[in-house]
Design a protein around this ligand. Structure first.
Ligand code: FE2
Ligand code: FE2
Length: 120
């Protein structure tokens, strides 16, 4: 997948989608993945990440629904596919999974989330 993964892993302005709620949640997801990467054996951090991901998808999908966003079905499918991959996750998290999560978040925001800019 294409976009550069920031190192250290943190949200920056290039991820802005111009909705404060979503930008704040995205920042939280970067922090949650950073925390898992820093302490892959800490199951509390892993579960915090999963909760934040689930809550964010619910919130983003709610905004898309409310706005009658045309591409919501395909977008929700991408969220569901990610959840399927991480839902059983527990510490210790291996390096490949951390890399996958970082890359998925970066590329999902820059490829898929940006498409709703100005439409919600
Ligand atoms: Fe999304
Ligand atoms: Fe998002």
């Amino acid at each position: 997948m294409g976009f550069d993964v920031p190192e250290p892993f943190a949200w920056d302005e290039s991820f802005r989608v111009d909705y404060d709620t979503i930008d704040t949640e995205h920042k939280g997801l970067f922090v949650a993945i950073f925390d898992v990467a820093a302490a892959p054996s800490d199951n509390a951090k892993v579960q915090t990440l999963l909760t934040k991901v689930t809550n964010h998808f619910t919130s983003e999908e709610g905004m898309m629904t409310k706005a009658g966003y045309a591409d919501i079905v395909a977008h929700k499918k991408l969220h569901a596919d990610f959840i399927d991959k991480v839902k059983g996750l527990a510490a210790p998290v291996d390096d490949g999974t951390v890399k996958f999560a970082k890359s998925w978040l970066v590329n999902h925001i820059k490829t898929t989330d940006v498409k709703y800019k100005g439409k919600l």
